[in-house]
Design a protein around this ligand. Structure first.
Ligand SMILES: Nc1ncnc2c1ncn2[C@@H]1O[C@H](COP(=O)(O)OP(=O)(O)O)[C@@H](O)[C@H]1O
Ligand SMILES: N[C@@H](CCOP(=O)(O)O)C(=O)O
Length: 321
């Protein structure tokens, strides 16, 4: 279902000549994924993934693909985009932007244990540090401005209780962002969608993360909160699982210690990360777009998480100076 643009080996015969990969010898559509057309591509030089971008234009892609290349060059396990003879990382295929990236080994770990969370925490901290000198800039396009612009579009569909929750949380986050602590948070390019389905493992070894198409510049703590809210929870209740939280935070802190401002912002950031995905899921659920391709995720999952993060004191980040 996730191949929206049909591509055949014949289509690639001439197209591949611009890449230093030899001829394409096998091409297989990837069934999972909901945004783009993805293919496993075997060439004379090895195994790759070909993506035809269905929703992003040529001018929207440089931040994402150059960030992936920047991280890959610094040893962070992410798919490395392959440049063509002209140095381009994004090239037209059937009139749409397309890219070839290296294929990661392994599969997603959908039942993560503390050992997997520790691997995630260490990789995330390394990724944040490695992206610090990335020269391109794009804000997180799913940040506060987007929350404020999107809220009025979903409010008419919500129960009075949920409408009040959404209004009060967006107001809380706006006040927090305007306060003294928020500007002190460490910032840089972040992935911003590091859910379990976007990370690969072979056994306990993390082999890489992909799907950088929500990346942007934001607080590192926001990225950490997005990750913890997906990797370290009891799926039924949304509550945090202490053993997995500790494993992830300990591993992150060992690479990049937290600051006092981050300690003070942890609970608001856990709430912000829950709000971000509650709102995007509400939007995808209630506001279908033209050329709709998304299969909406369940918004109530993040409503539960947001209510829990508001009601329950956050675990300590235990910063070290
Ligand atoms: N670089 C890669 N290496 C290995 N598998 C990949 C890679 N990129 C994508 N995939 C596979 O393709 C699937 C769909 O990719 P994803 O980025 O989630 O698609 P979409 O953007 O359409 O949601 C993933 O679940 C994964 O199995
Ligand atoms: N992780 C988000 C939606 C984005 O989906 P992805 O498959 O592209 O990572 C969510 O769960 O709402």
């Amino acid at each position: 279902m996730a191949v929206f643009t049909a591509v055949t080996l014949d289509d690639l015969t001439q197209w591949m000549e611009q890449f230093p990969l030899g001829q394409a010898v096998a091409l297989q559509g990837i069934a999972s994924g909901i945004e783009n057309s993805n293919f496993f591509l075997t060439t004379e030089r090895g195994e790759y993934v070909l993506t035809v971008f269905e929703n992003l234009d040529f001018d929207q892609l440089p931040f994402y693909v150059h960030l992936m290349r920047h991280l890959a060059e610094r040893g962070i396990p992410v798919p490395a985009p392959v440049a063509n003879a002209a140095g381009d990382l994004v090239v037209a295929l059937h009139g749409k932007p397309a890219a070839i990236v290296s294929k990661l080994e392994g599969s997603s770990q959908m039942d993560p244990q503390p050992v997997h969370c520790a691997a995630m925490g260490a990789m995330l901290a390394r990724m944040h540090l490695a992206a610090l000198d990335f020269p391109l800039h794009q804000p997180n396009l799913r940040g506060l401005d987007w929350w404020q612009a999107t809220m009025p579009q979903v409010l008419p569909y919500l129960s009075p209780g949920n409408a009040e929750l959404l209004r009060s949380e967006v107001a809380f986050q706006a006040a927090f962002a305007a306060g003294e602590t928020y500007p002190q948070l460490q910032r840089g390019p972040v992935h911003a969608d590091l859910f379990r389905n976007n990370v690969m493992f072979v056994g306990e070894r993390l082999t890489g993360c992909f799907d950088f198409y929500f990346a942007g510049v934001d607080a590192w703590l926001f990225d950490l909160a997005v990750t913890v809210n997906d990797w370290c929870i009891d799926l039924a209740s949304g509550a945090l699982d202490t053993a997995r939280v500790d494993a992830l935070l300990d591993a992150y802190r060992a690479v990049r210690p937290f600051t006092g401002a981050e300690e003070a912002s942890w609970q608001p950031m856990l709430r912000a990360a829950a709000l971000r995905f509650w709102l995007s899921r509400l939007y995808d659920f209630y506001v279908p777009r033209a050329a709709e391709m998304l299969t909406p995720h369940d918004p109530t999952h993040f409503e539960r998480i947001l209510r829990d993060r508001i009601a329950t004191p956050a675990p300590r980040l235990a910063h070290q100076e």
